[in-house]
Design a protein around this ligand. Structure first.
Ligand code: CDP
Ligand code: MG
Length: 140
């Protein structure tokens, strides 16, 4: 599966605004297969763990509060070249710089509340998929 999977997270801002449906439609239309999906809640502790690479950043506390502020939807996606293609589909983290038609351009409201997460490497994709899903949920 290495190279063929990525982890997406529909962030609390999108869930609150009712964008789960439109975002999933966008993702599936782009050729991604949904292998696993769940709506969950991140505790602050889990949010800190998920974003550990950013723990020294000035935006870390705010990001952790945001990501644990409401339900999220985590999705394990499958496609050839999944990681790179999905990063292209979601666009730049800052919606101001995101290309037209990308998910962040369409649905993000700010650099922090930017609608969706996508893994940035195959190695992180694997780690992040196992953060949200069990082996049994992945390998069916
Ligand atoms: O999500 P992505 O990999 O595109 O960006 P990142 O640099 O790994 O940052 C992770 C998340 O932190 C972003 O998606 C934003 O929600 C948030 N962030 C922020 O609030 N302020 C910044 N200056 C940079 C990132
Ligand atoms: Mg990142």
């Amino acid at each position: 599966m290495m190279g063929k999977i990525t982890l997406a997270v529909i962030k609390p801002d999108s869930v609150e605004k009712g964008y789960i449906g439109p975002i999933l439609f966008h993702i599936v239309n782009a050729g991604f297969y949904i292998r696993a999906l769940k709506m969950t809640d991140l505790s602050k502790r889990s949010a800190k763990k998920f974003y550990a690479e950013h723990k020294e950043s000035l935006f870390f506390d705010s990001l952790v509060n945001f990501m644990s502020s409401g339900p999220i939807v985590s999705i394990l996606l499958e496609k050839e070249n999944a990681v790179e293609d999905f990063r292209t589909l979601i666009g730049d983290k800052n919606p101001i710089h995101a290309a037209e038609g990308t998910i962040r351009k369409l649905y993000a409201s700010s650099l922090e509340k930017n609608a969706i997460h996508g893994s940035d490497s195959n190695q992180n994709a694997f780690r992040e998929c196992l953060f949200y899903f069990s082996h049994r949920e992945i390998f069916w």
